[in-house]
Structure formats: C-alpha cells, structure tokens
Write a protein that binds this ligand. Sequence first.
Ligand SMILES: Nc1ncnc2c1ncn2[C@@H]1O[C@H](COP(=O)(O)OP(=O)(O)OP(=O)(O)O)[C@@H](O)[C@H]1O
Ligand code: NI
Length: 319
Amino acid sequence: MTPDDPLLQIRGLKIGFPTIDGLVMASDTVDLTIRAGETLALLGETGSGKTVLGMAIPRLLQPNTRIEGEILFRGRDLLSVSEREMEKIRGKEIAVVLQNSGTSLNPVLRVGDQIAEAIMLHCTLDRTDADAAALHLLRAAQISDPTSTARAYPHRLSGGMQERALIALALACSPSVLIADEPTRGLDPVTKREILGLFGEINQDRSVLFITHDIDAAATIASRVAVMYAGEIVELGPVDAVLTAPAHPYTRGLLASLPERGMQPIPGSAPSSLHLPTGCRFSPRCSCAGRRCEREHPELIEIGSGQFARCLVYYDRGS
Ligand SMILES: Nc1ncnc2c1ncn2[C@@H]1O[C@H](COP(=O)(O)OP(=O)(O)OP(=O)(O)O)[C@@H](O)[C@H]1O
Ligand code: NI
C-alpha cells in the first residue's frame, strides 16, 4: 500500500434505526474514502451522524440496524463478511477508541492486564510477551510511569491518562485503521494538546478517522476533513482548503461560531431525520438559500482540487 491508496472505501452507506416513530436515518448515502496513512477528521454538530458512521465501519452497531451500501476494507466489503471474519478484523485491523472513554475501560481489571489480554486475543503472544508489549504500548502512549500505570485500576487514572490507556489498548494489535471518537472531549487544554501530539505519532503508520466537534483539533492533526450535516457529508477536502476557504454555508457557519471568529451561532437547529426538509437539508438555516434550495436536493460535487461541497451554488459553475 502506498500512502494515497484507498484503504477504506465507504460507498452509498445508509444507516437506519427502526424506532416507534419510524426509521431514523443516521447516515444517508455517505461516500467516503480513507487513504492509507492519512488522518481524516469527521466534523459536525451533535446528532449529525459522526459516531454512527464510525461505529458502522467495524460493525459495532446494534443488530437491528438497517445498513445498505458498501464498506470496502482493502477491497473487501465488511458488510458481507461473516461475523467470525469480522472478529478477526475488529481490533486487529480496525480498532476503535470509543466516545466517553471513562466508561470504556473495564473497571475491575488492571490497565496492563486489559491491554495484554487484548493483545493475546488477536496476536500469537504468550502472557509474558503480551505483558511486555502492553508496557511498550503504554510507553508509546506517553504514559510517564508505564509500570505503575499497568498495575493500576482505571479509576486511579486521570481523564487524560485513561484516554492514553485506551489509545494504547486500541493500538494493541497495530491496526491499520484507528477510529477515534472525540478523544479530546472534556480534557484540559494541556492534556488535549498532548493527546493530539500522540495522534500525530500514531498516524505515521496507520490511517485515523478522527471524530470530533473540535475544529482546532481537526486543524492540528488531520490532512483532510469531512463535514456532516443531518446524516450527509456536506463538505469534504484538504484541511487547509476546507478550514480557510470553506465552500458550504454550513461549514462557514461552523467556523463563524468559533470564539476566535466571532462566536456567531448558526440560527435554528439541525432537523430530525424523521422530518427532513425537502431539497437541501441545510436550506431552512442557510442565509444563502433560494427557492431552488427548498426544492432540489444537491449532490456532493467537486468544486476545486479535492474539495467537494453539497450546495446548489456550485451547480451552474462552468456549465
Ligand atoms: N440506537 C439508535 N436508535 C435510534 N436513533 C439513533 C441510535 N443511535 C443514534 N441514533 C440517532 O442517529 C443520529 C446520529 O447520532 P450520532 O450519535 O452518530 O451523532 P454524532 O454526530 O456522533 O453526535 P455527537 O457529536 O453528539 O456525538 C442522531 O439523530 C441519533 O439520535
Ligand atoms: Ni458522537
């Protein structure tokens, strides 16, 4: 695999949850490629579908979820492999750092034992080697005293240390893809910077899908950014292009809501997937929306080199 090869290709992904009110579509026809060795940040407001998309990749969604489309990992569709095959891929090839880290470590197992057990589950190492590998991973996760951390129970660790331990756990079998869901949420600025630094190193030999609300974090570590709104990707492109010259009014709104850029919130709120506006899903909140936006649903189209936007404004350009 060379750096630009598509390691993971998501095609036409639709994810629906049956509820008493109807089918909640958390992901609607998402196309997204994660290249070998890149960090792709997935941005968007609460409820836009980031976590659901991330969890669909290693097939961690509840069994009654309706999923359509393809998730090609090294060319193989993960949605059609058997659960047994998937168990070999999960953790070993595609690992996850879940949202709400504090609850993700097993409270009754010492940190080192959890990591060693994860290693033994997938790799053919005996206990002594797995213990040594666990220590190595804790050190790689920049834990200052790996030996005593390995012996500690999770509740003894600070939030930042728990996050590092989880990252070490996720890296137990050197996966080629790491999906990290809000790994810096709730951390103080210094710890956040350290964890972001850690991601900078992690990504040297693997791809990272970095799910976050935090635009600064995305700017620090990602090479590309995808922005989700109401289950769709509305903008995608190189981090510099998207964050300095955002093409979609929603991305512009997200940036304008940052404290350093004037803290102008986007008016209104995101629609429920059960009551989506016809036409462009962002149109009721968009200051640029015209009549056509209320009727016509835009596709994601390329508007500059590698930059894509789902907005009718770009439709007539060049045609
Ligand atoms: N098990 C479920 N059953 C029904 N609806 C669900 C389920 N899980 C998620 N959803 C819905 O899917 C949508 C996307 O949720 P998701 O958790 O992916 O959002 P998110 O972008 O990760 O938000 P946040 O930034 O708050 O973490 C939401 O509308 C949510 O209510
Ligand atoms: Ni989430």
